[in-house]
Design a protein. Structure first.
Length: 160
């Protein structure tokens, strides 16, 4: 994957394999890549494991979908806030790291932890996670339309 993603989500569940959903531009085309580890990296490393196999799937996506997802990620990242000191430790939450690259600005990112689905961040995670389906069903126009409309709707809500 590129060092300058159009839009990327890295998911680190506590007890399941990590995965990445990324949209990158290559030679003027946009590609959606889904990479999933076959075992949890942290558990493997803790047990002195040395390698984890990674499965990669990649499909072309339309510029309209790629830019809609990038606008959504950028809108969400623009609202990143840094909380005050945490008073308790929580170890069993999933970490979602979002990143984008914008010419003239560079790489930017934000993190959320197991957000409730009824929140904007929960909706962002759910929509980004549905991109995995598109890798398996790249010609499902209803899915593409749903993702595109969902990205545009959530972007508008985040900018309100």
């Amino acid at each position: 994957m590129s060092d300058s993603p159009t839009a990327r989500m890295v998911v680190q569940p506590p007890f399941a394999p990590e995965y990445v959903v990324s949209i990158d531009q290559q030679a003027g085309e946009y590609y959606l890549t889904y990479q999933v580890c076959q075992a949890n990296l942290w558990i493997t490393l803790a047990r002195k494991g040395t390698a984890v196999a990674i499965t990669t799937k990649k499909v072309a996506v339309s510029p309209a979908l790629a830019t809609a997802i990038a606008r959504l990620f950028n809108a969400a990242i623009a609202q990143t806030k840094y909380p005050g000191p945490i008073r308790r430790l929580v170890f069993d939450r999933t970490t979602f790291t979002f990143s984008t690259f914008q010419p003239g600005i560079g790489l930017q990112g934000g993190v959320t932890y197991s957000p409730p689905i009824e929140t904007h961040m929960g909706a962002l995670v759910a929509l980004a996670d549905r991109l995995k389906q598109l890798v398996s069903m790249p010609y499902d126009q209803a899915l593409v339309t749903d993702l595109l409309e969902g990205a545009e709707r959530l972007t508008a809500e985040l900018k309100e």
